[in-house]
Design a protein around this ligand. Sequence first.
Ligand SMILES: Nc1ncnc2c1ncn2[C@@H]1O[C@H](COP(=O)(O)OP(=O)(O)OP(=O)(O)O)[C@@H](O)[C@H]1O
Ligand SMILES: [Mg+2]
Length: 433
Amino acid sequence: MGDSAISVSGVSKNFRIFSEQNRSLKGAILRGNRTRYEEFWALRDIDLEIPQGKTFGLLGNNGSGKSTLLKCMARILKPNKGEIHHRGRMAAMLEVGSGFHPELTGRENVFLNSAILGMTRAEIERKFDSIVDFAGEAVARSIDQPVKNYSSGMYVRLGFSVSIHVEPDILLVDEVLAVGDMEFQEQCMEKFADLKRDGRTVVVVSHALDQMRTFCDYAAWLDNGQIARLGVANDVISSYIEDEHGARSAAGAGVRFGTGEVVIDRFEVITDRGVNPAQVHSYEPVHIRMHYTAKERIPDPSFIVSIDHVDGQSMWSNHTKDADYLPADVRPGPGSLDVVIPALNFRPGTFYINGSVHSSDGGVLDCLNRSLKMTVIAGDPKESGGLVALGSHFDEMTPERPMKKAKAPGQGPVDLETYVSPHKRGEDRRQRS
Ligand SMILES: Nc1ncnc2c1ncn2[C@@H]1O[C@H](COP(=O)(O)OP(=O)(O)OP(=O)(O)O)[C@@H](O)[C@H]1O
Ligand SMILES: [Mg+2]
């Protein structure tokens, strides 16, 4: 298995789904001894090598087989075909509360669980305080209560704390972390980083794609029990998201909700090059125009416009209230509102425009998300990575060459009539030199 911490080869797993009729005695007698069931393949021909010391993510839609694969790795399920090998001590955090005995206290469960995971009594006693400490105050307070009285977050905190104190070479973690609060999730992220620094391997299943992107080195996307894509986490996550958005936007134009007194008809991205240009350049001034139709008069309305990265990351939003802008009352019939963005300081990428209209008490009259895509390409000056375009340049400061002021692209008020795109400015400069 080379340098792999876990090696999965040709693994298939099926479940037998028994049909309803089999539940009755009469049905069983009528059919004789034959039981009727359908075979359902939850995993088909999975090949994976998870490198030692790396963090590996499993992602995919509900029911795609992620938990099943993790359980096979943890040897809780036995594959029907194929083999899984691993190297080193393994600990798994699967379903909430798995491995805990509900009638026993937190303290008793820590001892039981740690022993099952291979810790000696002396080792557990030495680490007990640290285990409870990591699990947090609420757990510490209830450590002598039966865990059946714990909240699901408390369960997960204690379970996770035990798993990491076992100091496993390989840690398997299913979605459960999502149950924890923000503080705990941050604690877990730090712990994953520690584990990685120590050369340990972590396999996580998650729907929190932003988090996955930051801490996973590699990932596999499972689709209907098969690997749709495998490789560097960033790439796998991006193609999963693109695919999901593609499927969703093909099904309908955007995601909409609200009471409907006002309906947002569409958004437009307007630059000096026209309405909804194929691409917008970084630093380019843009107007985002929301077109709506009102069924009735709406006094004292407010509007929100926002932009999300195609990955789901919120890039920016503005609420007329926060901007201290008082829109006129909405009158029955069509209307529109512009947000003026002096310079679109986004790095190249794909983005969605979203917006909503609210009544005076804040109720959502209409909210339309993901109906318009905007593609941003590099502007001038060019920069390498990240989400924001800062318009930076390099310089070497020496006593002979005092610091030059950074030229600020897109600074000051912009008049769309006279605006020259940075792209064109770049051409001008090249011609001059
Ligand atoms: N014990 C079981 N008996 C029958 N079917 C099962 C069993 N366990 C899982 N399945 C089925 O296998 C498929 C994969 O389930 P799995 O729990 O692995 O999905 P998942 O990717 O973890 O989904 P989620 O994102 O919802 O957690 C599902 O269709 C599920 O119904
Ligand atoms: Mg699951």
